[in-house]
Design a protein around this ligand. Structure first.
Ligand code: MN
Length: 252
């Protein structure tokens, strides 16, 4: 199995390194990841900037390819130019911080996996639900196990798996929940600050104001100490509304 590994935290991220060490046991691994952190860039691609690629060595062996671009750029470029054949799987992560609910749309981690799905490759995004003192080892072992299963069972074209692992000790994790993308209402708070030159600038912080009422969602699974696995499709069409829209008298 050939596994393409990427992320949005950058090629030097410990979460990626943990993934490499575990997935290497079950697959030939090629790392193609952003040169610098690209969290929250979503599915952006570079069309007005060149994509420069640098080989990164660790202990005198090739660790991977750093791309001066976005996570989606990395997957596109890897498949088109860097790899000698299409990968059997794309794994993105392990992200520092969960990717659940509405945040999925902004996530560079998920977008690398989405790009894999667009290219017809079984793909998975993996995130660890913490921002402090991360221990990626269990999540990395779980990711390798999932990669084996995906390799055996495949995924439908256009669907990726979004995996979130709670930041708990392995014995505290109470199973796996196949969950739905949650709906959470956020309030955007723009903190107004001043730069050294006397000009105002804004820094976005968000606050949860409403949680999903149903408990079968990704965040609820994490709160119950479970690993959340959500199958995602990038086709955003509202198929239900298509029928109703056809009834509208849309003429000018
Ligand atoms: Mn990130």
């Amino acid at each position: 199995m050939l596994a393409l590994l990427s992320n949005d935290d950058g090629i030097y991220a410990p979460g990626l390194e943990a993934l490499v060490s575990q997935v290497s046991a079950i697959a030939r691994v090629v790392v193609v990841a952003p040169e610098v952190e690209q969290s929250a860039v979503g599915h952006a691609i570079s069309i007005y900037n060149p994509l420069r690629v640098t080989e990164i060595y660790k202990s005198n062996t090739l660790y991977g390819y750093a791309v001066r671009g976005t996570p989606a750029d990395c997957v596109k470029l890897a498949v088109a130019e860097i790899l000698d054949r299409p990968p059997d799987i794309v794994i993105s992560g392990i992200n520092l911080g969960k990717n659940v609910g509405d945040c999925i749309l902004y996530s560079g981690t998920v977008s690398a996996a989405t790009e894999g799905a667009i290219l017809g490759i079984p793909s998975m995004a993996v995130s660890l639900a913490t921002y402090s003192n991360p221990d990626f080892s269990y999540a990395a072992r779980f990711a390798a196990r999932m990669a084996e299963l995906i390799g055996r069972r495949g995924l439908p074209h256009g669907t990726l798996l979004n995996v979130n692992v709670p930041a708990l000790r392995p014995e505290q994790i109470s199973g796996v929940c196949i969950s739905r993308q949650g709906r959470f209402i956020f309030k955007d708070i723009f903190r107004k600050l001043h730069d050294p030159y006397g000009r105002d600038y804004f820094w976005l912080e968000t606050e949860d104001i409403q949680q999903d009422a149903n408990s079968d969602n990704d965040l609820s699974a994490l709160k119950q100490g479970k690993i959340s696995i959500t199958p995602l499709k990038y086709d955003l069409t509202d198929h239900g509304l298509m029928k109703e829209l056809k009834e509208w008298d849309i003429t000018l």
